[in-house]
Write a protein that binds this ligand. Sequence first.
Ligand code: ARG
Length: 581
Amino acid sequence: MPHVLEILNERFTEAISRAAGAAHAGADPLLRPSAQAKFGDYQANAAMSLGKQIGRPPRELAEAIVQSGRWEDICQKVEVAGPGFINLTLRDSFINAQLAQMAADDGIGLPRAKRPWTVVVDYSSPNVAKQMHIGHLRSTIIGDAIARVLERLGHRVIRQNHVGDWGTQFGMLIEYLIETGAAAEDELKVADLEALYRAAQQRYEADEAFAAHARQRVVDLQAGDITAVTLWRALVDESKRHFEAVYRRLGVKLTDADIRGESFYNDQLPGIVNALEKRGLLHDSEGAKVLYPEGFKNTEGEPLGMIVRKRDGGYLYATTDLAAAKYRIEQLGADRLIYVTDSRQNQHFAMLFQALREAGWAPEHVRLEHVPFGMVLGKDRRPLKTRSGRNVRLDEVLDEAVERAGQIIAEKNPEMAGDWWRDAAEAIGTGALKYADLSGQRIKDYIFDWDQMLAFDGNTAPYLQNAYVRIRSIFRKGEIDPALVDPGAIAAEEPAERDLALKLLQFPEVVGGVAETLEPHRLCSFLYEVATGYHRFYENCPVLTAGDESRRQSRLALCDLAARILAAGLDLLGIRTIEQM
Ligand code: ARG
C-alpha cells in the first residue's frame, strides 16, 4: 500500500510533467510535512528550483502545476503561497481511508523493499581481552537500530561484529598468563579482563626480559604454536562470553554467529597486498608498502598514505579492513556496506573507501557508508570516565540504569512488587540508556545525564513507554480486546484527532528516511511527536466516554493504531514496551 508521501509524489510527477514538459517528470517535488498548520498539511517546494532551471517565474510555474494536477480525491485545498510554495491540505476522507488501510495491515503500512539490498552492518566491534566500555555502547546501539530498520523494510541484513581479536598485545597477555600460572588451569576464567590487560602491560613496561618473551609469543602465535594459539583462543572465548552477556542485557540482536573478528582475515592479507601491488597501487617507503588514495593530503599538502604492510612484514588495521570489505562484497554479496564507529575514524574510512574503488573491489553500484558518531561526555563536558579516571564499564552502567529506574517506579507504584517490578526496571533502565544514545543527532557528542534520560517528561524512553502504557490502560479499563477494534472505524474529526492521525500516517516515510540517512534520531523525534500528539488528543477527546458509539469506536481504533506504532517504533530502536509502569 503506497503511503501518503508516495501518493503525493506520484501526483506531482504527473502534474509537473504536464506543466513543465515530460522531460521534467523526474524533477523532485521536494515534498515535506508543513512546519505550521497555516501552511496546510504538506508543502511542495519544487517550483522555485525548477522555475529557475527552465526560465519560468516560479509562482507562475507553481500555478501551472496546481492547475495540471489531479487533487480532487486527496486534497481539500491546494494553494500557491509566497514565491512559489505549494501548500496542500489533505481531505479528511483521504486521511481516514489511509488510516484504515494502515490499521488493517499487520506491517502497519511499512513497505517491503521491491529490490532488497544485501547490507552488511559492521557494528559493536569491541576488542578482545578488554572489557567493553561506554565507547562501544554507541556503536552497538546505533548499529543495532540501523540493522533492525533495514531488516524491517525487507532488506537482507548481515551483521558483522568485527571484533579486534588479533595484534601484538596478545604476546604480553599470553606471556603473563603463563608466568602467573593461570595458563595451567583447566579452564581459563577471567573475571576482569581489563585488570588482566593492565597487569600484563605493567609487566611488559617494567621488565625487559618479560617484554622479550612477550615479543617471542607474538611470533609463536603467528607461526601457529600450539601453546600460544590455545591461550589466544581461550582469551577470545572468554571475551566473547563477556560481550554476549552485555548484548543479551541490552536486547541487542548480535549473536555469536555474527562475530567475524580481525583474525578471520589473516590468511588473506598477503594476497591483498600482492593484488594491490599488481595493480600498481603500492609505493615503497623505507621498506613499508603504502597506498596513496587519490584526494588525500596531509597538513603540508603532501599525499597522505595508508600503510598496508610494515617494514617488519606486519599488517595493519587498514589491511584487514581492505580484506574484510572485499570479502563482504565478493563472498557475502553485499551491495551496501555500513560501518558504525566513532567519528575519530572518519579519515580511515574515507581513505579505505577510495582505496576500494581504486582497487576495483567496490564496483560503483556498491554503497560504502561510514556512520560516525560523537563521544559520550560527562557533566564536565570531558569524555566520560569513572572517578578514578578509568573507562566506565558497560555492565556497571547497565546495573546502575536498572537500579535507578527501579527506584523511580518503586516511588510511583509502592504497592507493586516482585517480578513485574524487576522486569519493568530492566525495560525502563536499558530503554532510557539506549534512547539517550539514539535520540540526538548521532554526529554530536552528548552529555551522559541520568536524570535527563530517566525523566518521565520530555524526549525520553520512559515518556514514550508511558504513552504506550496509557493507551493500553484505556483498553484494560474498558475491558476491550484491541484485536477486536475495527480498523475501518477511524473518522478523525477534532483538530487534536486529525493532527494525531496525520502524524501516524508519517510512520512509513520516517522509517524510510532512517534507512536512507542511517539517522535513528529521526525515528525518535517522530515517536516523541506521536506521544505528545497522543497526550493532546487524550486531553481533548474522551475515548471510553465519547458518548456516541461510532465516535467511541473511531477513537479506540486511533488509540490502538497509536499504540502499535509506538511499540513498533520502539522495537526498531531496540527498546521494549511494558504494560504498566
Ligand atoms: N575494533 C575497532 C575499535 O574498537 C572497531 C572496528 C570497526 N570496524 C571496522 N571494520 N574497522 O576501534
